[in-house]
Write a protein that binds this ligand. Sequence first.
Ligand SMILES: CC(C)(COP(=O)(O)OP(=O)(O)OC[C@H]1O[C@@H](n2cnc3c(N)ncnc32)[C@H](O)[C@@H]1OP(=O)(O)O)[C@@H](O)C(=O)NCCC(=O)NCCS
Length: 240
Amino acid sequence: MTDPAAYSALDSKRFGIRVFRAGADNVEAVLELVQFARSADLDLLIVRCPVEAVAAAQSLERAGGILTDTLVYYRGPTSSFAPSPASSTCIRLCQEADRAALEGIARASFTGFFGHYHADPRLDPVAATEGYVQWASSALADPASLVLVSETEGRLSGFLTARRLEAKTWEILLNGVAPEFQRRGIYAALLREIGCRARAQGASQVLVSTQLANLAPQKVWTRAGLELDHALYTFHWWKA
Ligand SMILES: CC(C)(COP(=O)(O)OP(=O)(O)OC[C@H]1O[C@@H](n2cnc3c(N)ncnc32)[C@H](O)[C@@H]1OP(=O)(O)O)[C@@H](O)C(=O)NCCC(=O)NCCS
């Protein structure tokens, strides 16, 4: 029989504890998970639960899980994306020479982020931020990922990573704009560019997610014609 949760090497290394991850959409699955977690060699279990599975979420609460975020997924047709109007920001593929600047933007934009790592007071917030930095940086070496950067006034101002999820769908994974360049439409321009590139490569849909509390990207997505598709709660269950 396979374990109901999978060991997360990345999370474990990042926080210096043993972390497992799982999904659960019904009460029986939650009970099985908690029984597994109590007997397994682990410190933290991260569980994603669809928001409509209220009984499963309540069961996680009763077992001692803490709600750490609500992920909202937006989906939309690539046909609604139009190229950016001429502006002072240029969008291009990220190069190896951009790595340090890319990491700097990820670090600045994800410090104190809304995600489940930062929301858990038992996890080191600096290590949580570095997780996003590492995620952005590793995309540069991943042949399946595409990394776009924006350049404004001669400096790298933002980035967006994406990959093909299925034949017709691209998923946008991580986005950030340096704080000093935010609220100038740079993220909207990055999104338009990835939408156009996905369409040019034969994709008809884009999928993207963030935390419910993170309003800025949701504003940009709805303006670009994306719609809320589904949502997941994230719970953290600590053994002791
Ligand atoms: C999300 C993010 C990429 C947006 O970048 P940006 O270049 O500032 O985005 P834009 O300027 O294109 O548009 C953002 C819109 O949200 C608004 N906005 C920005 N911060 C906001 C906030 N805290 N609450 C509500 N609206 C906000 C902006 O004013 C703008 O709307 P407007 O055109 O009506 O002024 C940037 O805020 C960021 O890096 N955040 C931290 C990382 C993150 O959340 N990444 C996305 C999830 S993976």
